[in-house]
Ligand binder design. Structure first.
Ligand code: UDX
Ligand code: ADP
Length: 487
């Protein structure tokens, strides 16, 4: 069975770029991306796409109106499709059983019910959204329990591994494409139909076929392993800061071991983004539900270290600034959860800001991509502040990095934007209060040069006061390294 028409339900970070690339690489297939959210669809049909990804606009412009369509007419797109991607959000539950940990599958379920209500004939339904293991079985049950006479389904799992900021490159040259399905004749036929779509541009050896549960679990496992790697290097950064070892040197040394590899070893103020925390919590919840408490505790620790790293960074700022930041102006450079994106979901900057605001600091925030409104909205969220008015009083947003640093006691680099590496720090130093502190939460600045200018430099995973290089900071306290971390 050859796929000629694809419908993708959900025009978000996953559905939009994925379908744009499928349309681009498969001119013989019509791809329609649908969403309930009209303004999102309007944006996909406009000159200003709803998400920013390098290379996305060019691809959309090439295919839109030819074999790539964005629409709110969900029924028609489902009816016409041979294959339907479910690409809706699966956020962490904010209510009821599993609150704060389990994935909320209500959007996935409503898609399944929608598909069943309008389908006639045979459809391949593909879960692209990240879901707990065995979600495909639930989708299958909903479809068959509600199907119209004569309609049949095969449900596949085909998780997406793209990272924000590099989505198009990841889609054009994926490390692998993973497809899970039933070990039956019809299941294997459905897998083959989806393999043939990817085979338009992905080499055969990179397309992995598994059973459905392995595919679902592999997505959670991949994100859990990546998150664990960051927590591991961040845990090492804490050891470095009190021993004089340098986390960059350690990362370089261990990364040369081909069994470990050199990627994803950048110590930071903690991972953010919409996936890592959500998926690890989802895995923890799944393990608890499966009565595997030791496994659940193991993965929970990845989250604990991430939270600890955020608190530790804020504590280091407070400790260095003579144990009080009340009334002091601190500049945050970067608010996005990583460079090259305007996304702030679960960004560590939010938590560092919260801890500093709790201590009465005045924050001036500069980010090249994140709009002012979005920063305020994140900081005014009820889980971050009890009183949204404090954010209006204590936080200002600047559109120029030099202005943002002027008059500050300290600068904290929270996102690794390239432009922060080449700012004129001499000019910045002259306009700051003295002693002028700079906290490099991403390990991207020229530390020796900054120290020469006169800054007190404090960097993640580097001991302060390293002889002959940096000024001795207050956090150079080997006797009580952890007592200073916020509770
Ligand atoms: C991640 C996965 O990489 C991707 O495969 C999956 O499909 C979705 O989740 P994403 O969240 O877009 O992608 O970004 P990623 O580049 O993985 O970074 C996540 C967070 O980890 C960011 O806050 C980043 O700054 C941080 N990070 C990453 C580190 O702190 N150190 C590193 O070495 C790498
Ligand atoms: P992701 O990062 O997983 O792509 P997003 O939140 O960016 O998630 O996008 C998911 C999209 O799915 C949203 O635009 C939302 O409006 C859409 N959506 C959710 N439920 C449905 C549904 N039942 N039918 C159509 N679209 C839906």
């Amino acid at each position: 069975m050859a796929v000629k028409q694809i419908c993708c339900i959900g025009a978000g970070y996953v559905g939009g770029p994925t379908c744009a690339v499928i349309a681009y690489k498969c001119p013989d297939i019509d791809v329609t991306v649908v969403d309930l959210n009209k303004s999102r669809i309007d944006a996909w049909n406009s000159d200003e796409l709803p998400i920013y990804e390098p290379g996305l606009e060019e691809i959309v412009k090439k295919c839109r109106g030819k074999n790539l369509f964005f629409s709110t007419n969900i029924d028609t797109a489902i009816i016409n499709a041979d294959l339907i991607f479910i690409s809706v959000n699966t956020p962490t539950k904010t209510y009821g059983i599993g609150k704060g940990r389990a994935a909320d599958l209500k959007y996935v379920e409503s898609c399944a019910r929608h598909i069943a209500s309008v389908t006639t004939g045979h459809k391949i339904v593909v879960e692209k959204s990240t879901v707990p293991v065995r979600a495909a079985a639930s989708i299958s049950r909903i479809l068959t329990a509600n199907n119209k006479p004569g309609s049949t389904y095969q449900v596949l799992s085909n998780p997406e591994f793209l990272a924000e900021g590099t989505a198009i490159v990841n889609l054009l040259k994926p490390d692998r494409v993973l497809i899970g399905g039933e070990n039956s004749v019809l299941g294997q036929q459905a897998i083959k139909a989806l393999v043939d779509v990817y085979a338009h541009w992905v080499p055969n050896e990179k397309i992995i076929k598994t059973n459905t549960w392995s595919s679902e679990l592999s997505k959670l496992a991949a994100n859990a392993f990546l998150a664990q790697r960051i927590s591991s290097i961040n845990a090492m950064s804490a050891v470095c800061e009190v021993t004089g070892a340098d986390v960059c040197e350690v990362a370089n040394a261990i990364g040369k071991d081909t069994r470990i590899g050199d990627k994803f070893l950048n110590a930071s103020i903690g991972f953010g983004g919409s996936c890592f925390q959500k998926d690890v919590l989802n895995l923890v919840y799944l393990c608890e539900a499966l009565n595997l408490p030791e496994v659940a505790d193991y993965w929970q620790q990845v989250i604990e270290i991430n939270n600890y790293q955020r608190r530790r960074f804020a504590s280091r700022i407070i400790g260095s600034l003579f144990n009080t930041v009340s009334g002091k102006q601190i500049t945050l450079l970067g608010f996005a959860f990583k460079k090259d994106t305007g996304d702030t979901r679960e960004s560590s900057s939010i938590y560092v800001s919260k801890y500093l605001l709790d201590e009465g600091a005045h924050l001036v925030i500069y980010d090249p991509k994140v709009p002012e409104k979005q920063i305020k909205r994140e900081l005014q969220h009820p889980t971050i502040t009890e009183n949204p008015a404090t954010v209006d009083d204590l936080v200002s947003i600047c559109h120029d990095p030099y202005e943002a640093c002027s008059g500050s006691h300290a600068i904290a680099v929270c996102t690794e934007w390239d432009e922060f590496k080449t700012l004129d720090y001499q000019r910045i130093f002259e306009k700051m209060l003295k002693p002028a502190f700079i906290f490099d939460g991403r390990g991207i600045l020229p530390h020796a040069k900054l120290a020469e200018i006169g800054f007190q430099v404090e960097a993640i995973g580097k001991m302060v006061g390293k002889e002959g290089q940096f000024h001795v900071g207050s956090s150079n306290n080997i006797l009580s390294p952890t007592s200073r971390v916020l509770p």
